[in-house]
Design a protein. Structure first.
Length: 279
C-alpha cells in the first residue's frame, strides 16, 4: 500500500532555509529605522505583470518577461481531487494549451502565429525537451505565454513510485527555472492521468493541476480537417483547448491552427492564460 503522508524532500528544506536566511539578512542590512512597524520591503525579483487585467482582451501586447504578480507566488497551492477542467464564469475567455514541447521544428511556427494574432497560450513542457531549448522557453515568456510542467519524460505517473513522480516533476521545474528564472506554477499529468499522490506532490512543489475541456485529437495525427472540426465544434467561454507542439509529427497541428485560431477570433472568441487564485 502506498504511503500518502506528505514527503518533504531534503533539497526543498535546504532551499527554503537558504531563502529565509537571505531574506532576514537583507532586512537587517536595509531596514529603515524610521519605517512604520509592520512595514514591508519592496519585493525583490523581476518586474511584475500586475497591470494585466484578470480577463484581458485577446488582442494583447506581449508581456515583458515571465513575471506573474508577486502575490500569486505566495498563494497556498491546493491539493485538488480533480484538475481544473475549464475556466469559471459564463463569459470567461478560452485557454489554448500545448503539450510535450518545446520542439524546434513546430514550436517556433506556433509562436509566430500566436504573435501575429496577439494571443497568449500555455505551454506544458517536458523537461527532457525543455532542458536543451532554453531559448524557446525564454521566447515564450518574453511574448507573454505561460510555461507549465508536463513531467520530465512523459511517463504514466499514476503507476510510478513516489520517488519517480517527485523526480519527474522536480527536474522539469528546475529546468524551467534555470531557463527563465522562475519555476512553473501549473502542471499537467501526462495522459491526463491523476491520483491523490500526483495531486499532492505537485502541490508540494508549488503547482496547481490543469487539464482540458476540448481535445483537438492532434496527437492521433487524424488529418487537418478533423483537428479544425474538433476545436471549432468545442469552442466556447472558459473552454481549455488541448493541442501539441511536440511528441510526433505536428505539422497537422500547425496547419490546422492557422485556420481555426483566426476563425475563432473573427467570431469574437477571446483567449487568455490561467492566473493562480482565479480557478
Amino acid at each position: 500500500m502506498t504511503n500518502d503522508a506528505p514527503l518533504v524532500p531534503r533539497r526543498f528544506l535546504l532551499r527554503t532555509a537558504a531563502v529565509l536566511g537571505a531574506a532576514v539578512t537583507t532586512r537587517l542590512l536595509t531596514a529603515d529605522p524610521v519605517a512604520e512597524p509592520g512595514g514591508t520591503l519592496p519585493a525583490a525579483g523581476p518586474p511584475s505583470a500586475a497591470a494585466v487585467p484578470a480577463h484581458p482582451d485577446h488582442r494583447l501586447r506581449p508581456l515583458a518577461g515571465y513575471a506573474a504578480p508577486e502575490a500569486s507566488r505566495r498563494l497556498p497551492t491546493p491539493v485538488r481531487t480533480k484538475p481544473v477542467l475549464r475556466m469559471p464564469g459564463a463569459a470567461h475567455p478560452m485557454v489554448l494549451t500545448f503539450d510535450d514541447g518545446p520542439d524546434p521544428r513546430y514550436t517556433p511556427p506556433i509562436l509566430d502565429l500566436l504573435r501575429r494574432q496577439h494571443v497568449r497560450a500555455t505551454f506544458f513542457v517536458c523537461g527532457e525537451m525543455a532542458d536543451t531549448q532554453g531559448g524557446l522557453l525564454r521566447r515564450m515568456v518574453d511574448e507573454g505565454h505561460v510555461i507549465g510542467n508536463h513531467s520530465w519524460s512523459h511517463p504514466l505517473l499514476t503507476r510510478a513510485s513516489t520517488a519517480v513522480v517527485r523526480a519527474e516533476l522536480e527536474r522539469t521545474s528546475e529546468a524551467v527555472e534555470r531557463a527563465v528564472g522562475r519555476p512553473p506554477q501549473w502542471m499537467r499529468a501526462p495522459y491526463g492521468a491523476w491520483n491523490r499522490r500526483v495531486f499532492r506532490l505537485g502541490a508540494e512543489l508549488g503547482m496547481d493541476a490543469f487539464a482540458w475541456t476540448v481535445d483537438s485529437l492532434d496527437w492521433k495525427e487524424p488529418g487537418t480537417r478533423t483537428i479544425i472540426d474538433q476545436v471549432l465544434g468545442g469552442a466556447g467561454p472558459g473552454v481549455i483547448v488541448l493541442a501539441h507542439d511536440a511528441g510526433g509529427d505536428r505539422s497537422q497541428t500547425v496547419t490546422a491552427l492557422r485556420t481555426w485560431l483566426p476563425r475563432l477570433l473573427a467570431d469574437g472568441h477571446r483567449f487568455t492564460v490561467p492566473v493562480r487564485g482565479e480557478v
